[in-house]
Design a protein around this ligand. Structure first.
Ligand code: HEM
Length: 496
């Protein structure tokens, strides 16, 4: 985004949402471990947001952190085979929950499972999934309506339930029921809280086969999630769910030798789809509500877009292309708060990163958290500026500089699903409600496995009456001279 664009659209005073304190002084490895065990993102210093590559050795282990588009291409594309394996920290923290599920597996298991799981959630199915997303979003509007004007809600929890309901109905074809949904959400939240993100056996580079001690809290949380998923799978086998459920593919899949997946493999992949598909989008929506609540300019532009495109209707798939600014809000939220902020890999063969040697056993961290706020790449890197994702205002960023869904062979297969879902849900709810942060609430980042706002994210909801369709264009032109509104209005006019 050029200085001219920033001045033309009045973006310099945009809201700066919170991020962990950035030290300017050198930090000892011990200090980093202490900070990282509470919040993984607290270990980065101011300088790291410009530095292209950080190399650090600790007890015989070498760590390379990559914060440069060229390094992303090298790591996740050109040398994807050598850097395919997830880092020991990721494996040891997620394996109790996901087993050998796609998200943590590698080699032959990963290749076979990817062929089975990716088509289940792929963008090609979005035509079938979108009407369900719209239905659930409309139900949430009714629920918020019932909660009453001015009601206080934990928006992070609300979004967890909403996205769990969507993943359940789209993929599992069943209405999970509130009780089960809440148990999964609570189970995963408890799992995140209890897990030792930086476990000492891993930091000391001790072998994988040494058993890691799990706290009773971690095991209880895991068991809670497993119980609900097992129950869904049992109901599925008993024919007690929608026959058309796409999860059927897991039961019908055959490996290269013609064998079906084991019961455990089916459960692991079902949990991967549920967790990968619900937690990430829930965090994105929660951050989006928060950032919008702090940005009057963004609120005005969203309202104008809703009134112009929707006029009170529940958004559908055909509206998504016209909800240009809403989608930009989602993308900007994903830039500032990528739900998977660090992509960890362990090198299994020799390679290079930005001209430096990488040896087998070295750890690589491709860091969307640093890359998507890199001062050399982004103007106003810490500001919430959706306009940078509006095609008629700014050029799209380099595709290796903005990677909330990763990149290369392990790219998120649910990307289209997630972007469609987030756009529909955000538009459906914000069209009818203004959301305001509870007075005095300090929101912070919380990053153990995924990046989420601290909970509860208490916000009050206030009804608004959308104008009839088309009315928004006039509202937008009222701010035309100084804002992105004119451009957006032109886009909508030409789209209609
Ligand atoms: C805003 C929402 C989402 C974000 C930001 C996101 C991000 C990611 C990222 C970064 C990865 C790769 C991690 C790595 O390489 O270390 C990933 C993998 C994955 N995601 Fe998503 N995701 C989202 C939503 C979804 C949804 C809705 C689904 C399914 C419906 C899904 C299914 C998966 C699966 C199955 C994998 C594992 C892929 C593999 O390892 O081959 N994700 N996601």
């Amino acid at each position: 985004m050029s200085d001219e664009t920033i001045a033309q659209y009045g973006l310099a005073d945009s809201f700066i949402p919170p991020y962990p304190h950035r030290y300017t002084e050198r930090l000892s490895v011990w200090k980093r471990i202490e900070l990282g065990s509470k919040n993984l993102l607290a270990t980065f210093r101011e300088y790291d947001f410009q530095n292209k590559r950080i190399k650090q050795s600790f007890l015989g282990q070498t760590l390379h952190v990559c914060n440069q588009p060229e390094g992303v291409r090298e790591t996740l594309h050109q040398q994807a085979a050598a850097f395919e394996k997830k880092s020991p920290v990721q494996r040891h923290t997620l394996e109790p929950l996901l087993g050998d599920g796609l998200f943590v597996s590698d080699g032959r298991t990963w290749a076979e499972r990817r062929k089975i799981v990716a088509p289940i959630v792929h963008g090609r199915r979005v035509d079938t999934f979108a009407p369900i997303m719209s239905d659930v979003a409309a139900e949430w509007c009714q629920q918020w309506e019932k909660a009453g004007d001015g009601a206080t809600l934990d928006v992070l929890f609300e979004m967890g339930e909403l996205t769990a309901e969507i993943i359940s109905r789209t993929i599992f074809g069943a209405k999970l029921g509130r009780e089960n949904t809440q148990q999964i959400i609570a189970g995963f939240a408890a799992y995140q809280k209890s897990i030792q993100v930086l476990d000492w056996l891993t930091l000391l580079n001790l072998p994988d086969w040494l058993p890691r001690l799990r706290s009773p809290r971690t095991l209880r949380a895991r068991n809670k999630v497993h119980r609900v998923i097992d129950d869904i799978m049992r109901r599925f086998q008993a024919g007690d769910v929608d026959e058309r459920a796409v999860i059927r593919s897991l039961f019908e899949a055959r490996d290269a030798d013609g064998r079906p997946l084991t019961k455990t493999a089916i459960r692991n992949e079902a949990i991967v789809i549920f967790m990968a598909g619900h937690e990430t989008t829930a965090n994105t929506l929660a951050w989006a509500f928060y950032c919008v609540s702090q940005s009057p300019r963004v609120q005005e532009r969203l309202k104008a877009e809703f009134d112009s495109v929707l006029g009170g209707r529940t958004p559908e798939l055909s509206d998504v292309a016209n909800l240009v600014y809403t989608r930009a809000v989602v993308e900007e939220t994903l830039r500032l708060y990528p739900p998977v902020p660090l992509l960890g890999r362990e090198a299994t063969a020799k390679g290079t990163l930005l001209g430096n040697e990488v040896n087998p056993g070295d750890i690589l961290i491709v860091a969307p958290w640093l890359l998507q706020r890199n001062r050399d790449i982004w103007s106003l890197p810490d500001h919430f500026v959706p306009e940078r994702f509006v095609p008629s205002i700014a050029q799209r960023p380099n595709k290796y500089a903005n990677i909330p869904f990763a990149s290369g062979p392990r790219v998120c297969p649910g990307m289209t699903f997630a972007l469609t879902e987030a756009t529909i849900c955000l538009a459906a709810l914000l069209q009818h409600f203004d959301v305001r942060l509870q007075d005095g609430l300090e929101v912070e980042t919380d990053c153990r496995l995924t990046l989420r706002p601290t909970s509860p994210l208490s916000m009050t909801i206030h009804r608004r009456s959308p104008a009839p369709a088309g009315a928004g264009a006039a509202t937008v032109s009222a701010v035309a001279d100084t804002s992105a509104g004119a451009v957006l209005a032109r886009e909508h006019d030409s789209a209609q």
